[in-house]
Design a protein around this ligand. Sequence first.
Ligand SMILES: C[S@@+](CC[C@H](N)C(=O)[O-])C[C@H]1O[C@@H](n2cnc3c(N)ncnc32)[C@H](O)[C@@H]1O
Length: 215
Amino acid sequence: MLHRPRATKSSGSHSGSGNAGIPRNWPSGIVYLRAPSYSKKLTNDALKSLIVVKSVLPATEQPRKSAGPYTNVKITKISNSSHPAHGQHGLFASERLLPDSFILPYLGYIHDNSDMDGNSDYDLSLDREVGVGVDSSKMGNEARFINDYRGLSAGPNAEFRETWIDVGNSKVEKRMGVFVLRAGKSGKRAKGIAKGEEILVSYGKGFWNERQLDE
Ligand SMILES: C[S@@+](CC[C@H](N)C(=O)[O-])C[C@H]1O[C@@H](n2cnc3c(N)ncnc32)[C@H](O)[C@@H]1O
């Protein structure tokens, strides 16, 4: 679930993709990350829950390798005036994405409650038990452009799920990953996300309730 809502902020953008591996349409005021940035204020307990040796993961948990920029998605400026995030950006599939598949990790500044930006629209919970979130307002990757489904479709087509990334040296790191929704028993979502379709999650009711309180 994303935390507190406010107006989005960005200035300028890279129109090309050849800019030292920075994705097309990446805003120039925001740092593009290939790995998360850890707050210096994180406690050892928090770090121990986020970075572990691979051998402690259950056998059912398969750590994955992942590195941006991601060619399966594209950041696009929303020019359709009926889109509720008109004038902002969204994240779209640049190829068909199969049900239940991993799309990309949500990267940003990993922080605890003593070091959080209460005005961020981009802060996602990473580990509730140790009170750690990942905020992509000032630094992040393509996932920061994923919009909420409200006002756009009957429901989301993707969701955030915890996942583990293999970072080498027998270490794995906890990330929030973006996954295509499972096909479901009815098979309603069996096609996954089509090429060109916007990737949409649910930010959760809390995000929009807080937004109403702010207004
Ligand atoms: C994590 S950002 C998503 C990316 C954002 N569109 C951008 O270009 O940076 C969250 C912000 O996007 C906008 N947004 C996302 N989904 C929306 C929706 N369904 N309706 C209206 N605004 C939305 C809101 O301004 C929200 O605070």
